[in-house]
Design a protein around this ligand. Structure first.
Ligand code: KIV
Ligand code: ZN
Length: 388
């Protein structure tokens, strides 16, 4: 069966850049946008043009260099925002305006002091106005995660009629459970008249650590776009991580979902974003963390040395990491020690390995990690004759 395409909408440069203390300048943003284009993302959300002259300029410059992806600018459901975004996007080959408004009870009551009818009117007016500038208009229903499904469906129906071609259903506060978020997509698929004219999009935040699971639940229930960031960066606990959702779809072919991402560029792109933002990737981060393919316990090391797939579900090369690593610690066994000793030039017999291993344990107990220099020292001090 042919698999269906899920569009990857990267918002590293907009939602991702909202990380406190991680401001990027235009030059850095243009460099990252170029890399995202090479990576194969479908949409690059380049910024929020009305928010500052710098953001306006970044969106303009990104529009000039991006060759393949759609370049998108965010707006509120406000005329001036839409005009400014349209101006900034003039340089883009494929421009998209991303406009929207809050739809949950608390947004309607406290943020807008409005009625539900007024929210629908504003949403329709924003989409209609955006449509007068560009063909490609995406609508977001902010805090859709906490919006009741019936009202959300009415909003979606109204903005589709006004010309929205993508409907973003953000779990702005990272509140939903995967089942709940998936059911929301299913409900919209089944209850919104005209839904076939639009793509449903997942936009999940990670406040409860469920952004990736929620996005996957979304696409399993009919959404065909995921909004995400490199390394999962973003406000508070961050956004859905691009590398995670892409690799989940890759590793589970029965989902019948695929993306156009060149996964071999994932690790380098992760490093570029991390270095540009001065934001280290947590070592245990799935897919791109420094420990993602590092094995340190003896049982696992023995298994991986015999056959990588025993403890690895992803070939590190598939995401641009050269090789898995065997970290030597006091938890390592003889197999790992023999493996590393061979790499640094010592072919040890079983008896020699027994001798070296005792010395190795003494050293390892005093260190976090035993390195190659330590191995040379351990072998030399073990009083054995080896071919080096
Ligand atoms: O999380 C959110 O609701 C957003 C919208 C502005 C799209 O980022
Ligand atoms: Zn967001």
């Amino acid at each position: 069966m042919n698999s269906e395409k899920v569009q990857i909408f990267d918002t590293t440069l907009r939602d991702g850049e909202q990380v406190p203390g991680c401001k990027l300048d235009t030059e850095q943003k243009v460099l990252i946008a170029g890399r995202l284009d090479e990576l194969g993302v479908d949409v690059i959300e380049a910024g929020f043009p009305i928010s500052s002259p710098g953001d306006f300029r970044s969106v303009q410059e990104i529009g000039k260099v991006v060759k393949n992806a759609t370049v998108c600018g965010l707006t509120r459901a406000v005329k001036k925002d839409i005009e400014v975004a349209a101006e900034a996007l003039k340089s883009a080959k494929h421009p998209r305006i991303h406009t929207g408004i809050g739809t949950s009870e608390s947004h309607i009551k406290y943020k807008f002091n409005a009625t539900k009818e007024e929210i629908i009117e504003r949403a329709v007016a924003a989409v209609t106005y955006a449509k007068s500038f560009v063909e490609d208009v995406e609508f977001y229903a902010e805090d859709a995660g906490r919006t009741d499904n019936e009202f959300l469906a009415r909003v979606c129906e109204a903005v589709i009629k006004a010309g929205a071609t993508v409907l973003n259903i953000p779990d702005t506060t990272g509140y939903c459970l995967p089942e709940e978020y998936g059911n929301k997509m299913k409900y919209l698929k089944e209850n919104v008249t005209g839904i076939h004219k639009a793509i449903l999009s997942c936009h999940c935040h990670n406040d409860l650590g469920m952004a990736t699971a929620n996005s996957i639940a979304g696409v399993m229930n009919g959404a065909r776009q995921i909004e995400c960031t490199i390394n999962g960066i973003g406000e508070r606990a961050g956004n859905t991580s691009l590398e995670e959702v892409v690799m989940i779809m890759n590793q589970h072919p029965y989902l019948n979902l695929q993306t156009d991402i060149n996964t071999k560029l994932l690790y380098d792109t992760s490093q570029l974003v991390s270095e540009s933002m001065g934001m280290p990737v947590q070592p245990n981060k799935a897919i791109v963390g420094s420990n993602a393919f590092a094995h340190s316990s003896g049982i696992h090391q023995d298994g991986v040395i015999k056959n990588r797939e025993t403890y690895e579900i992803i070939d590190p090369e598939a995401v641009g990491v050269n090789t898995s690593s065997i970290i030597l610690t006091a938890r390592s066994g003889r197999a790992a020690l023999a493996y590393r000793a061979k790499l640094v030039g010592y072919e040890l017999t079983k008896l020699q390995l027994d001798a070296v291993y005792q010395k190795f344990l003494q050293v390892a107990d005093k260190k976090k990690e035993v390195n190659n220099e330590d191995i040379h020292m351990i072998v030399e001090q073990s009083n054995i004759q080896v071919q080096a």
